[in-house]
Design a protein around this ligand. Sequence first.
Ligand code: PXP
Length: 239
Amino acid sequence: MIELGVNIDHVATLREARKGAAPDTILAAKICEMAGAHQITVHLRQDRRHIQDHDVAHLKDVLQVRLNLEMAAVDEIIAIAHHILPETVCIVPEHREEVTTEGGLDVAGQVNRLKDVVAGMHAHGIKVSLFIDPENVQVDASAAAGADYVELHTGAYANATGAAMDKELERLRVSSSRVLQTGMRLHAGHGLTRHNLEPVARIPGLHEVNIGHDIMARALFIGLENAVKEILEVLRRAD
Ligand code: PXP
């Protein structure tokens, strides 16, 4: 079955709205874990708008499933990753004004820099995923940088409708087979929901999806445990 990483950033978004202690990110992560999630994903942004350093450290201590740290390839956050030692990191682009991660990382434009970042993570026993748009040039550059996995950005697919959605799905399929040819593991994420997930989950060779906003939005109405279970059910159906 495809593995599910639950991104809990928006639990912290709600907490940071009041700068208090609630809702508890650790409790949220444990509920996701008990509901069957295979991994907890958090994005430690440079602006610390949601997840804070203490969240990452605490999660690493208490989780039984993997901790996946999304991060920009900047020295400050790299040093934190080397210190906290999440099982995996996913390198993403980061722009201060953006509402969320808007596009994939331009790996092709910085292969040598990313090679060093990947090697540094490997030296600390951390596996590396690169978050890229579904383009062959980025897939090939990710392999050249030594990445273990790529996470294909599904945002364009998620935002499209009708024939445009089919076209985006085809782009994801074409890139996916390129990823598998290189020997890297295939992940996908961004904008996925219980309504649009199934066609992505049927892409041959997909190993993992990371989903955040839709699960947290749904959790408001049916609870976090049920929201995670709904997504797991879609993944099971697609298996
Ligand atoms: N994967 C990556 C690399 C991301 O940056 C994000 C957003 O933080 C997600 C997955 C989750 O996206 P969403 O919240 O739209 O499900």
